[in-house]
Design a protein around this ligand. Structure first.
Ligand SMILES: Nc1ncnc2c1ncn2[C@@H]1O[C@H](COP(=O)(O)OP(=O)(O)OP(=O)(O)O)[C@@H](O)[C@H]1O
Length: 653
């Protein structure tokens, strides 16, 4: 690939702060990769002093993968390419003593956070999920603004806000007591530490000589602050971003982040990359036309020198079932006509639930597909169970892990026993595992139950010893001791499902072994570091490799399509209330929904396919749907409207 002049200029600019404002498909990834090579091979930076921050672990994997041919394995292994969260975790692991946390902390995911809030509410009222969501959102909002409970308590707030502060405080106490951190803490804790402790800040600034940040538009304020504290004088960094692809405002990303950069680093050099190398002119024209309806914020004009390409197909379906049929039909015919492979096709949607009908149709036609969702690996029951075992062995205070596995597989510890255990643990200020050997247990339970609880405690403690001596055997021992495979087989009943579960378990085992082998610093808590990195989604290379290799049709949300490209892209559900999403309509945040569709459209290289339904089934009800307002913003002449005969309104034309 021959780089263009602007790309070369972006790569060669290595001294001072640099912002690459780049449109979709303009070669951001290529520039980041070539810049890393430039820094190491030409500017002689030691690879361990270069930090590259990507938005997802998959993106980190892609960059590493593409660097394989250009760097030595030493260079590749010493380079740090990670997400902001993984970077924060690295700092926490090295500075934990200053943060007053124990190194064997449990890293919580979102469902753990819900459980904790439920626990907090336990003795008062039964809260609705909506309320819990609101509280968690507020806690996360404050953490992303680097505000801790002590800061909030200094100011006067309305009563409605005080309730949130009350739960924030309770939540934090729970986390402290159980030795837990959530994902926001991975940014908040290191940022505050580096801001307030200049010695530590200096130490890290010395370590890091160059920072590259990808997908800057989705960086939130706390991540920006973390970056700022790490940047050394004379501010050698490269930031790559596209304001038109900012799709994470709900996670705190703000467009003003681009202005902050100019304000904080006046020497900032801005380079615009406007040539798109991915999409046909027809697709690019439609994408440009759509995004031009958003207020102009940072001006750039994308162009493509590729062929004009075929028109965009627009399907109108009676229902989501017909929509699924039409898409599969279209893909099947297209694939046979152009002789493409399934992995060159992607179906994108706004909400995860939309994949269900498509999946059913794909299964009935025997079409291989991959649901692209890193998170889905951690949602698998067997992975949740085994991780909970490991978490409890590592951190006895992890009551959530205890509750997940105390009766998995069945140990005759029913709900009444668990409730009683909780009561005792609260009364005597013990964690649940230690409650299993509470001296007066016989006052509450019969002899048999006490024996079961005592034995469970002993077994976990024995596992702790095994973990210290032979960590590579720990998972096998757990699986064997509890006869987990046999239990999984009975639970799943279906042999194919069982095979998938075994595959997942083997994946987890291999992942652990690989990371144990690769870890050089085998200090006392290295195993918890490995598990936290797993929960962070780091080094799931095998998963990414598999999804890259397999010749399967790709299904994913519009959000997860960011950074990817496919020959043919189908975007379904272009309806009011779906895309734009009804919440965004209510909140009047249409601009972000428009950017989301823009991201989806610009994933396509040669053909784009759009569809909407006239009716949809929602919880047993049939709803009439209106076509998305965004369809009206596309150039009419570039759209081929299939089934035109059904149109009875003057919408669109
Ligand atoms: N100078 C070039 N000549 C030819 N092809 C190029 C050039 N630069 C980039 N490309 C190709 O253009 C496509 C898009 O590049 P890349 O994925 O790096 O874009 P991007 O800016 O990261 O896109 P997006 O932000 O939309 O995800 C890739 O297939 C890449 O190989």
């Amino acid at each position: 690939m021959k780089l263009n002049l602007i790309q070369k200029q972006a790569i060669k600019h290595v001294i001072g702060p640099c912002l690459i404002l780049a449109g979709a498909g303009s070669g951001k990834t290529s520039v980041i990769i070539n810049k890393i090579i430039e820094l190491i091979k030409i500017c002689h930076y030691h690879p361990k002093t270069i930090i590259t921050v990507t938005f997802t672990n998959k993106a980190a994997y892609e960059i590493k993968n593409r660097l394989k041919k250009k760097l030595t394995s030493f260079e590749l292994n010493t380079l740090v390419i990670s997400t902001f969260h993984s970077l924060g975790m690295k700092i926490i692991y090295q500075e934990y003593h200053l943060l007053h946390i124990k190194k064997n902390f449990t890293l919580l995911n979102e469902s753990d956070q819900f459980k904790i809030l439920k626990e907090i509410f336990f003795f008062s009222i039964k809260p609705k999920k909506k309320i819990l969501k609101k509280i968690l959102f507020k806690i996360s909002y404050w953490k992303q603004k680097l505000l801790q409970v002590k800061d909030l308590k200094k100011k006067k707030y309305e009563k409605s806000e005080q309730i949130f502060i009350f739960y924030y405080s309770k939540y934090e106490k729970y986390l402290k007591l159980h030795n837990m951190l959530d994902f926001d803490d991975l940014i908040l804790l290191p940022t505050l530490l580096l801001k307030n402790n200049l010695t530590v800040q200096l130490k890290w600034r010395k370590k890091i000589q160059y920072i590259l940040i990808d997908e800057y538009q989705d960086t939130n304020i706390s991540q920006y602050e973390l970056m700022k504290t790490l940047i050394n004088v004379p501010s050698n960094f490269t930031i790559v971003g596209d304001n038109d692809q900012s799709i994470y405002s709900w996670r705190g990303a703000q467009q003003k982040i681009f202005f902050l950069l100019k304000k904080d680093f006046p020497a900032l050099k801005t380079i615009k990359m406007e040539q798109n190398y991915r999409s046909s002119q027809c697709i690019l024209k439609a994408a440009n036309s759509l995004i031009s309806n958003n207020p102009i914020f940072l001006k750039k004009k994308l162009f493509s020198n590729l062929k004009y390409g075929p028109q965009i197909y627009l399907f109108e379906a009676e229902s989501e079932f017909e929509e699924a049929k039409q898409i599969i039909n279209f893909i099947y015919t297209h694939k046979n006509t152009y002789n493409l492979k399934y992995f060159e096709y992607a179906i994108l949607y706004r909400n995860r639930y939309q994949s269900k009908v498509i999946e059913t149709e794909l299964i009935s036609h025997n079409i291989p597909y991959t649901l692209n969702n890193e998170q889905s690996f951690f949602e698998k029951l067997e992975i949740k169970d085994l991780l909970a075992y490991l978490r409890l062995v590592l951190n006895s205070s992890d009551d959530l892990a205890f509750l997940r596995i105390i009766n998995v597989p069945r140990r005759r510890v029913g709900i009444n026993t668990v409730l009683k255990l909780k009561e005792i643990s609260l009364k005597y200020n013990l964690n649940l595992l230690n409650t299993c050997i509470f001296k007066n247990l016989l006052l509450f339970f019969n002899y048999k139950t006490v024996l079961i609880l005592n034995n469970f405690f002993k077994w976990i403690f024995n596992l702790k010893k095994i973990l210290k001596k032979t960590p590579e055997k720990i998972l096998d021992i757990i699986i064997c001791d509890i006869n987990y495979l046999e239990w999984t087989k009975k639970r799943l009943k279906d042999l194919d499902l069982f095979k998938i579960a075994v595959n997942n378990i083997n994946f987890l085992k291999n992942w652990l072994l690989r990371n144990l082998l690769n870890t050089q610093n085998k200090s006392s808590s290295y195993f918890s570091d490995i598990i936290a990195r797993l929960v962070c989604g780091e080094n799931l290379d095998d998963l990414h490799q598999e999804s890259n290799k397999s010749n399967t049709l790709q299904l994913m949300t519009l959000h997860s399509s960011k950074g990817l490209e496919f020959s043919v892209v189908c975007i379904i559900g272009l309806e009011e209330g779906i895309l734009p999403h009804k919440k965004s309509i209510l909140l009047k945040n249409i601009v972000e929904e428009r950017r989301l569709l823009y991201v989806g459209m610009t994933r396509a290289k040669m053909q784009l396919f759009l569809s909407f339904c006239k009716k949809r089934y929602f919880f047993g009800e049939i709803l009439k749907m209106l076509p998305s307002r965004f369809l009206n913003e596309l150039p009419k002449n570039d759209i081929f409207w299939h089934k035109k005969k059904y149109i009875n309104s003057n919408f669109f034309f």
